[in-house]
Design a protein around this ligand. Structure first.
Ligand code: BES
Ligand code: ZN
Ligand code: MN
Length: 520
């Protein structure tokens, strides 16, 4: 069902002007206050990497670009027919925004630029990317960004069309570097290929039609990939969930003919010694109708993406299995389909969760916290030094922070970690509070806690989710909840490294967090 990304990526260090490839990608900056040709946009400055191409055009490239309408703004792509001036028939010039004030190019601008250029060249076989890569300590980060961006820009969901669409993604990408034999550079390519492949798999899972990815099928797909990667795998089916006391996962699963699952994946590094243990938990609602508290029809199809957290955690574990950081990592993926039916759970129900807490259900559409509470409590029962949970938990996240910035709640140091890691990889995340009054309003008349704060109605929905989940974290466990309702799914036209549909957020953040913990 899911075809992994098949794009190849390698390094070249031959002169870009002499490369026989279908197209060369170079960069251009806008120059603040500079004068371009009269009547046109401001001045342009070709980025490093473009020198030999510029020379072949006899120094006329920037003026030509300006006359073609280029402004150098980030992500803009202008294509030029080379007609014999250089070996490649096409040069694609991608805007990299204003000339960087520091010496180093900004990695995220390179990541977005490389992705936009590669996407715009769909239909070509082979493309060489010659973007600015400093030959110093900033080089690896820039190369990582270019390689990741180029690969992510070649992602396209194969979908279900009976005839394949024309203009297939670029299949063969070369990145121009000062020295293609450099070990650090080669390691970055290997890493980028792994990362892009798991992000593509995560996107594929999110984009898969929800009738094809109900909990048992999703669990099977994850288990197949994890088994092949050499991860330890444990799957709890509905009987085992009952025996284990997973009341939250079972309650949400009641409404569906496709029973719920809990998948646990574990990576243990080889060799002796005590390692830190990282637990990752991801929401796996394969479709969220809202249940008895049913959602409006408009836009409901996007709720096929309500398993983006689980897909991201599974993808992260697959990358970890290949990259082998020196830290133990477990992934917990509670999976259920939230349906209204004669057997569904209902508002007013009281559910006993895995940690024994009794929850009064007030809205069956707040199903994510029910399955996550169980999975987080299980992760803490197994033992962990860090707990990161990610979920498409609330529409309130989208209202508060928009479609690009995830909301982060939890212990303050962990929130800072998530924000910093997200910044480093181009997946923005912002810390949000867990106010006392939000918890007070969740006191239930009949149970230990209500599922939502009834007195607040729609106010602070994102915070209500965080406050609820805190109840399922073991004493003293550092934790963070990452609400990805907005950033995990991109409904607009593709832009930068965001393809349409599933984005793969926050796979690269989770990987960065794991890498940083391993390096501590
Ligand atoms: N899966 C939704 C949240 C969501 C909304 C994700 C939009 C992506 C885009 C979640 O299960 C949900 O329904 N949340 C409710 C919570 C409420 C009932 C307390 C919401 O946000 O309205
Ligand atoms: Zn949901
Ligand atoms: Mn819901």
């Amino acid at each position: 069902m899911t075809a992994p990304l098949s794009t190849a990526l390698r390094l070249v260090d031959t002169d870009p002007a002499e490369l026989t490839t279908d197209a060369i990608v170079i960069g251009v900056h806008s120059v603040a206050g500079g004068d371009g040709p009269p009547g046109l946009a401001g001045a342009l400055l070709l980025a490093s990497g473009a020198e030999s191409i510029a020379a072949a055009f006899d120094g006329k490239l920037t003026e030509t670009l300006a006359r073609l309408g280029a402004s150098g703004s980030a992500g803009e792509v202008t294509k030029i027919a080379t007609l014999g001036t250089v070996a490649a028939p096409v040069v694609a010039v991608v805007g990299l925004g204003p000339e960087p004030t520091g010496a180093a190019p900004v990695p995220e601008i390179l990541r977005r630029g490389a992705a936009a250029a590669i996407r715009s060249l769909a239909g070509n076989e082979s493309v060489t990317v010659a973007l600015p890569l400093p030959d110093d300590e900033d080089g690896p980060a820039a190369l990582r960004a270019v390689a990741e961006g180029a690969l992510l820009g070649s992602y396209k969901f194969a979908g279900y069309k009976t005839k394949p669409a024309p203009r297939q993604p670029v299949a063969d990408i070369a990145v121009h570097v000062p020295d293609a034999a450099d070990k650090t550079a080669q390691d970055e390519v290997t890493r980028a290929l792994t990362v892009a492949r798991v992000v593509a798999l995560c996107r594929d899972w999110v984009n898969t039609a929800p009738n094809d990815l109900r909990p048992p099928a999703f669990a099977d797909a994850v288990v197949a990939a994890a088994g092949a990667a050499g991860l330890e795998v444990e799957v709890l089916d509905e009987e085992q969930l009952k025996a284990g006391g997973y009341g939250g996962i079972l309650a949400v699963g009641l409404g569906s003919a496709a029973p719920p699952r809990l998948v646990k994946l574990t990576y243990k590094p080889g060799g002796a010694g005590d390692r830190k243990r990282v637990a990752l938990v991801g929401k796996g609602i394969t479709f969220d109708t809202g249940g008895v508290s049913i959602k409006p029809a408009q836009g409901m199809w996007e709720m096929k993406s309500d398993m983006a957290g689980a897909a991201a955690v599974a993808a992260t574990l697959l990358a970890v299995a290949e990259l082998k950081p020196d830290v133990e990592v477990s992934g917990y993926l509670p999976m259920a389909e939230n349906m209204p039916s004669a057997t569904a759970y209902r508002p007013g129900d009281v559910v006993t969760m895995f940690n024994g807490k009794k929850v009064e259900v007030l809205n069956t559409d707040a199903e994510g916290r029910m399955i996550l509470g169980d999975a987080m409590a299980r992760a803490c029962a197994d033992g962990c030094d860090f707990l990161f949970e990610t979920s498409t938990l609330t529409g309130g996240q989208v209202i508060a922070l928009g479609k690009r910035v995830a909301g982060v709640m939890g212990t303050p140091e962990m929130c800072d970690r998530v924000r910093d890691a997200g910044d480093a990889v181009g997946e923005a995340a912002w810390p949000m509070p867990l106010p006392d009054d939000v918890r007070t309003g969740m006191d239930s008349d009949v149970a230990d806690i209500s599922q939502v704060n009834a007195s607040m109605d729609r106010a602070g929905h994102m915070l209500q989710g965080g406050v609820f989940l805190r109840e399922f974290v073991g004493d003293g466990v550092p934790w963070a909840h990452i609400d990805i309702a907005g950033p995990s799914y991109h409904s607009g036209e593709p832009t930068g490294h965001w393809s349409k549909g599933g984005t793969g957020v926050p796979v690269r953040t989770l990987l960065e967090l794991v890498d940083r913990i391993a390096a501590e």
